[in-house]
Design a protein around this ligand. Structure first.
Ligand SMILES: [Fe+2]
Length: 324
């Protein structure tokens, strides 16, 4: 059964604009740890691939971005995409975040409650929408910065919200392919939970019938895909067999992403979903303490290192290596 193979969100991947703008947003505003600097592994274009995590660099906290500003490629937000990416934060911390957003000129919504949880949305400078949800049942360790203490720090993902023009076939995909259970509706929002739900095991669908179709390709300003965690190559192969057998024969081959292995399938509402192994990880090419300090390339791109570096804008990581 798929619900025994999938363990919740592995990572969420976006196209953003400027690389330094993105580093500054996730490290100084959201307060995540820059845990990996590498490059896009598909195609010839040199594009950074940046990973931001919680203190323990856990999967399920990994927001990853491709900065497309220098390449000048934009994508259109719309239906058929992840609209909102949500993180958990400690209970009672939302007033701190309102103040932090105001001081940092970050656009944000009001604190509101939905599905019994307090939450607030805020915007990345390239227009992406993020959300903080208060959840003390999430025991993962937030990354502490000079601006964000452990009383407020982001623990990891809570969920993503998928925008669709019709709910029915996306609902079926979430239940039958991803193995999540439908657990409630509030207005245009539908909630799905995996193995009891909670942090990192929740999905939402928002029904937006009049929203035009968004881009599928990579570019600045959209979430490109959401990845779901499986254990090893064995489980990834099983998922691939099961999903293909359900009729989703457009599922991709297994791809070597160096830090994990992946396969992708397009869901009926248009949202790209990835299944990703969890047994390799970010410390394959640098120590835990030094994660994210320098650019790392997979072995098959090492010969092109100078050429790649010459085409990337330099990025400054404001965070120092961890001392333990
Ligand atoms: Fe991915």
């Amino acid at each position: 059964m798929l619900q025994n193979l999938i363990h919740g969100i592995h990572h969420v991947t976006a196209g953003v604009a400027g690389a330094q703008e993105d580093v500054d947003f996730f490290t100084s505003i959201v307060g995540q740890r820059l845990a990996k600097q590498t490059v896009l592994m598909d195609g010839p274009l040199p594009i950074y691939h940046l990973y931001y995590t919680n203190a323990d660099a856990e999967i399920g906290s990994a927001m990853t971005t491709f900065p497309y500003g220098k390449a000048g490629i934009k994508a259109r937000r719309g239906s058929g995409q992840v609209k909102t990416t949500s993180y958990t934060v400690p209970s009672g911390s939302l007033p701190f975040w309102v103040n932090h957003f105001n001081e940092s000129n970050i656009e944000h919504g009001e604190i509101e409650e939905r599905f019994g949880k307090n939450r607030i949305t805020f915007q990345h400078p390239c227009g992406l929408e993020f959300e903080f949800i208060e959840d003390d049942a999430d025991t993962r360790k937030g990354y502490v910065t000079d601006k964000v203490s452990i009383k407020e720090a982001v623990k990891g993902f809570h969920s993503v919200t998928m925008s669709v023009r019709e709910v029915e076939e996306q609902d079926r995909f979430i239940r039958e392919v991803l193995g999540y259970e439908f657990t409630g509706r509030e207005g245009q929002y539908y909630q799905y939970e995996l193995n009891g739900g909670g942090a990192n095991k929740t999905l939402y669908v928002i029904h937006e019938p009049d929203l035009p179709q968004g881009s599928w390709g990579l570019g600045a300003g959209t979430i490109h895909h959401v990845a779901f965690a499986v254990d090893t190559d064995k489980e990834l192969n099983e998922v691939r067999e099961l999903v293909t057998g359900l009729g989703y024969t457009d599922m991709s081959e297994i791809k070597d992403r160096y830090y994990f292995h992946s396969a992708y399938v397009r869901s009926p509402g248009g949202i790209l979903c990835e299944f990703t192994t969890s047994d390799i990880g970010f410390t394959i090419d640098e120590s835990f303490e030094e994660l994210g300090q320098t650019l790392h390339l997979p072995p098959w791109k090492q010969d092109d290192r100078d050429e790649i570096l010459s085409q990337l804008e330099p990025v400054t990581n404001p965070q120092k290596p961890l001392v333990r």
